[in-house]
Design a protein around this ligand. Structure first.
Ligand code: BGC
Length: 476
């Protein structure tokens, strides 16, 4: 790399470093925001939403039944039929439907009618017998609806959308009960399905991992997602959920219920940017996002945003005359490089570990993805930048995990091991993400001793199995 480019790239990468002190300050702030969120209304922008989910029991693995699950959360709408075998195992049949991009900013009617139609086709294909039976509720298939956006839940089977995230932007859904929307569309399309529960994907992941009992050491403490978006859920003592209305609290206590799963919505951690690192690239990205000023943590950590940060840096280096010099005029620069969101984190995962001669794999990917021809020097710069964006993301990812483990006092007891169930494309497929995250966990207040006792394990299909478990529990 020529010296000028090298110096500038080093300087940018340095601005993506997170010191150990910073990590620990972030952990402290997370604990404070979580405590505040448990006492204040979930829509207060400065605190973590900490949404009570009305899930009050953790599966044992003995649950049995055939249930449907529908999962709206990112780029696909999944419909599944889940058979819980009652012995920690399950069977799953699924259909995956890419969500047409125009539906992500259309109307509630268009979106929910599309979702109902996909459920209808699935039920026709796999449970056709239910179409022929009487249409009363008892013959309907029960469905758990995984809806992975911030929702103010009012019961296990109702909840109003607080705001969209991850590129969805349908203003007329905000404030509406998403279970009712889906049920109304299913009814109007005569689909014999009853939406029995609403679950966030993180809640599903937490429940599914407890059902499968893959963690031999004991209960799973946290369910989390690092994919298109990021978030986590955990089981909290009722007495700490100060914002729960007193009548609900008393009712639960009278049933001997002591805990409730909380959907933290940690994507919204530090929306006020008190401690999160801020570069001009983060600021630019936030401005063009569908939810400016919100989900500021998610915008530094999850898959939807990493590529856009890199794209912003590349355009900046171009404007400084350090990259892509063959295009003397901005108009000539490949259109795709100038288009937001087209540089994907999948592409970055390839740049991250490219060790081919002259980074030829990166060269091909950039041509393919952005129609961007590059020199070796440019590719070396891109690889270095990619690595520091991903490193920052993975180090930030350590913050909520360490903070919740400390908050829950999860290591209390003799030689306790803590299990975290995780799902999502970034944690599953981004090379080294989980390892870098663990390095950072060891640098937090938990220390390397704690890190060794903390196991972050991938929980595949967790959100669907978990939603099915929620639907089943509403049946009891
Ligand atoms: C949503 C969460 C969700 C997470 C992971 C975030 O954007 O707000 O509800 O759990 O993405 O899918």
């Amino acid at each position: 790399m020529n010296k000028e480019l090298k110096n500038r790239v080093d300087e940018i990468c340095k601005s993506f470093d997170i010191s150990q002190d910073k990590l620990q300050e972030l952990v402290d702030l997370f604990i404070e925001s979580a405590d505040n969120g448990l006492s204040h209304n979930s829509s207060n922008k400065s605190f973590l939403p900490m949404i009570p989910t009305f899930v009050t029991s953790i599966p044992t693995g003995k649950e049995k039944g055939v249930l449907l699950a529908a999962d709206l959360g990112g780029t696909n709408f999944r419909v599944c039929s889940v058979t819980l075998n009652g012995d920690h195992t399950f069977d799953l049949i699924q259909s995956k439907n890419p969500i047409p991009i125009d539906l992500m900013s259309s109307t509630s009617n268009d979106l929910f009618s599309y979702l109902a139609s996909k459920i209808k086709s699935f039920v026709k294909e796999h449970h056709n017998e239910n179409f022929n039976s009487d249409s009363n509720n008892s013959n309907k298939l029960k469905l758990g609806f995984t809806f992975s956006f911030p929702v103010e839940q009012t019961s296990l089977d109702s909840g109003k959308l607080i705001r969209w995230t991850k590129g969805f932007n349908i203003p007329d859904t905000i404030g509406k009960d998403v279970v009712k929307l889906l049920q109304d569309h299913l009814d109007s399309q005569n689909v014999p399905v009853h939406v029995a529960a609403l679950a966030n994907d993180t809640v599903g992941t937490l429940l599914a991992r407890s059902y499968t009992g893959e963690n031999k050491e004991g209960l799973t403490s946290i369910g989390c997602i690092f994919g298109t978006g990021t978030n986590g859920a955990y089981n909290e003592k009722l007495e700490n959920i100060k914002k729960l209305p007193i009548d609900i609290l008393n009712d639960l206590k009278s049933k001997n219920i002591n805990h409730m799963v909380i959907n933290t919505e940690w994507g919204s951690f530090d929306n006020d940017l008190k401690k999160l690192p801020v570069t001009k690239y983060d600021t630019n990205l936030d401005k063009i996002s569908a939810n400016p000023g919100y989900h500021m943590f998610e915008k530094r950590v999850s898959g939807m945003f990493l590529g856009e940060i890199l794209r912003n840096i590349l355009l900046d280096l171009y404007s400084e005359g350090l990259l892509f010099n063959k295009y003397s005029n901005l108009n000539d620069l490949p259109h795709r490089l100038k288009t937001p969101w087209l540089l994907s984190s999948e592409g970055m995962s390839l740049f991250e570990i490219d060790d081919s001669t002259n980074l030829i794999a990166t060269e091909l990917e950039l041509k393919n993805m952005l129609r961007l021809p590059t020199t070796l020097e440019e590719r070396l710069a891109i690889q270095q930048l990619t690595r520091s964006i991903a490193r920052r993301a993975s180090h930030l990812a350590a913050v909520p995990i360490s903070a919740l483990v400390i908050k829950m006092d999860a290591f209390k007891g003799h030689n306790v091991e803590v299990d975290v169930g995780a799902d999502g494309s970034v944690i599953e497929f981004y090379p080294g993400f989980r390892t870098m995250m663990r390095d950072a966990i060891a640098e937090t207040q938990i220390g390397s001793k704690g890190e060794r006792r903390l196991h972050v394990n991938i929980s595949k299909d967790g959100s669907s199995v978990g939603a099915a478990l929620c639907a089943l529990s509403n049946d009891l």
